[in-house]
Design a protein around this ligand. Structure first.
Ligand SMILES: [Zn+2]
Length: 340
């Protein structure tokens, strides 16, 4: 089969479109023909080199496609079913997994991180990862959903426990997690202040439901949040930008406020004044992916149309390097999709 694979870490040019062996499906697994696979920042980090990644490697966490073969141990899934795949990989038998906290499993990883992912024509996965999609949903839309909507749901609902009426600052409306977080926070009755890098993205953020939009290149986030909230500050800041915004995120919070973070796309080194942390009684919450129950819950809202996948554009597998550069330059609003 064809796949996008790399044999060394580095820039987009290490990506090769080449022949690789088809995956061997176990009898407790499902073989899926990949129709669309969304890009995430994780793909860029893995390509640049992360600990534990074995070479050669196939990226890709967000897969939609068709079931082509079902292992003999599985009785409730038919060939031809249109599906998306959970991006989470876990043992499914440890104390964390059986209590539903899959992202605390010691073997937890993301599809395409420590295991080969969906930038290939076929992929074999456990039954638990396979989730049928509505007939009316395109493969591109389905692939745009799992990682970012799960991540944003776990951050806001699972970790920060947002409540109606709260003010939530969502950084980076144009990112996949940002566009998901705006919609989830609105669905939970929050007032959403979001940031973007240009007027076009700010307009799109308002279409998704954002109440206020800031230009993060021209406006100082904490000052604008204070102005909008009549000096009160925000209840929750949804972080994934990291080094470039961390100070501003902390300054934007009201006493007792919460930063929840899932990433550090501008760099991992953040510093802050410990006196601000305790005197303002702030909470800093880390978040990584989520739980299978949460994935099913958020997908229910996507399948019913309350939450909408945001697809920017698709690239064929052969143009994977171009797609990586497009994401790296933050040109997108929403998800960038690769298709075989
Ligand atoms: Zn486990």
């Amino acid at each position: 089969m064809k796949a996008i694979r790399f044999h060394e870490f580095g820039g987009p040019d290490v990506l090769r479109y080449e022949d690789v062996p088809e995956p061997v499906m176990r009898q407790d697994q499902v073989l899926v023909r990949v129709r669309a696979c969304a890009l995430n920042h994780l793909d860029l980090f893995v390509r640049q080199g992360l600990p534990g990644v074995k070479l050669p490697h196939i990226n890709g966490s967000d897969v939609a496609g068709d079931v082509v073969q079902v292992g003999s141990y599985i009785t409730d899934l038919k060939e031809g079913t249109r599906v998306l795949l959970s991006p989470m990989v876990f043992c499914n038998h440890c104390a964390a997994c059986v209590s539903g906290r899959h992202n605390l499993c010691r073997q937890f990883t993301v599809l395409g991180n420590l295991v080969d992912g969906g930038n290939a024509e076929y992929i074999a996965v456990p039954r638990v990862s396979v989730i049928p999609i509505p007939d009316t949903m395109s493969y591109e839309d389905a692939a745009a959903v799992p990682l970012v909507f799960l991540t944003a749901w776990h951050m806001l609902v699972g970790r920060a426990q947002i409540r109606p009426g709260q003010v939530v600052v969502v950084l980076g409306a144009g990112s996949g997690v940002g566009s998901a977080a705006i919609q989830i926070a609105k669905m939970w009755g929050s007032t959403v202040i979001t940031t973007a890098g240009d007027e076009r993205k700010m307009a799109k953020a308002r279409e998704l439901g954002a109440d206020y939009t800031l230009d993060h290149y021209k406006q100082k986030i904490s000052e604008e949040v204070k102005r909008i909230t009549a000096r009160a500050g925000a209840d929750v800041v949804f972080e994934h930008v990291g080094q470039a915004t961390w100070q501003e995120s902390m300054r934007s919070l009201k006493p007792g406020g919460v930063i929840v973070t899932c990433g550090a796309t501008t760099g991992p080194d953040a510093s802050f004044d410990l006196r601000v942390l305790f005197a303002k009684q702030l909470s800093l919450l880390g978040s990584f992916m989520g739980q299978m129950g949460e994935l099913h819950e958020v997908l229910g809202h996507v399948f019913s149309g309350r939450l909408k996948p945001v697809v920017d554009r698709s690239f064929p597998f052969q143009e994977a390097a171009e797609a990586h550069r497009y994401l790296e330059n933050s040109q997108m609003f929403g998800k960038v999709i690769l298709q075989p």
